[in-house]
Design a protein. Structure first.
Length: 319
């Protein structure tokens, strides 16, 4: 098992001087538009409050309109300190809707109602833009903000994209590129498990392996090979033992025999074989030797059968 290394996030390049000037200008213009919106709302709501019988009409627009930037600033500060509260960002929206309703009620004509109701909305729009910039920057710096998945991927592969988003949310994978790398490794691991255990690999695979696959931390066998323990030092679980894993251990135990012992065992096994049956593949399977040793035994046995009485000399040459 290998753990996916953390992916380095792409950092946006710093703003150039013209871009900085443009940002400052946009911020000042936004503040000016917001102040104009609050001022127009103050006049309209104050005039309406007089008609509605308020003893101190200026308190109604002051209490509502001033609370909008106050809660907006509170939301930005909470984001800056990495302690965001989800409900705080909706307070300016609720107060703005109340202000818009009061402004619409204060207007006499339709377009006057639209104009009075639109002006307070500008402040909330700009505050949401500022909150978004804060959230993205702070989230990128602390690594707590989960990156969004491209919309095109949602459209082209919705089921797999939903599964990817679910794993990112459950296991706090904040980097989209890291989640894609884990998904690639998971697909490769699934393919290798299917090749090893067949179509019913989900039932035959050990439970621990299935859990690692579900977590996205099961790397392909090619990457696991250098870290696998020696089969003779640590036996594999019952569910993972396969004939393919027994052959290397058996071949390794047979490799300690000398050439004379191999030749003696080959003579005993092939004593009743016909000359046509003395092939390297059959000797390798019966005696459990390497391909090179099987060819050597084949040539020696054929020479012994062709030159009877000279077997001792050939055995010494093979040794």
């Amino acid at each position: 098992m290998t753990t996916t290394p953390p992916t380095v996030r792409a950092v946006a390049p710093p703003l150039t001087r013209p871009e900085t000037v443009l940002m400052v200008f946009a911020a000042l213009a936004a503040a000016a538009v917001g102040v104009l919106g609050l001022a127009s709302s103050f006049d309209a709501v104050s005039a309406a409050a007089v008609r509605w019988g308020f003893g101190t009409p200026w308190m109604l627009p002051i209490g509502i309109d001033v609370a909008i930037p106050v809660f907006t600033a509170a939301n930005l500060l909470l984001i800056r300190m990495n302690m965001p509260l989800a409900w705080v960002r909706f307070v300016p929206w609720a107060l703005t809707l109340i202000t818009c309703g009061l402004n619409v009620a204060a207007g006499h004509l339709m377009w006057a109602k639209v104009a009075h109701g639109t002006m307070p909305l500008l402040w909330v729009v700009f505050s949401e833009i500022a909150a978004h910039i804060y959230a993205v920057r702070i989230g990128a710096a602390t690594g707590s903000r989960i990156e969004k998945i491209r919309r095109s991927r949602w459209l082209l592969a919705f089921p797999s994209t939903f599964a990817l988003w679910r794993r990112m949310t459950l296991w706090e994978i904040t980097s989209y590129s890291e989640a894609l790398e884990r998904e690639k490794e998971r697909q490769l691991a699934r393919a290798e498990l299917r090749e090893a255990y067949g179509r019913r690999w989900r039932k035959r695979t050990p439970h621990r392996t299935r859990v690692l696959l579900r977590l996205g931390e099961l790397a392909p066998a090619a990457e696991q090979a250098p870290q696998e323990p020696d089969p003779q030092l640590e036996p594999a679980p019952e569910g993972e033992r396969k004939p393919k894993q027994r052959r290397p251990r058996r071949a390794k135990s047979k490799a300690t025999r000398s050439a004379a012992e191999l030749l003696t065992e080959a003579r005993e096994i092939t004593a009743e074989w016909a000359d046509a049956e003395l092939t390297a593949d059959r000797i390798r399977t019966a005696v459990h030797v390497s391909a090179a040793n099987s060819r050597m035994l084949r040539d020696t046995l054929k020479a012994e059968r062709g030159e009877s009485g000279d077997g001792a000399g050939l055995e010494a040459a093979a040794a």
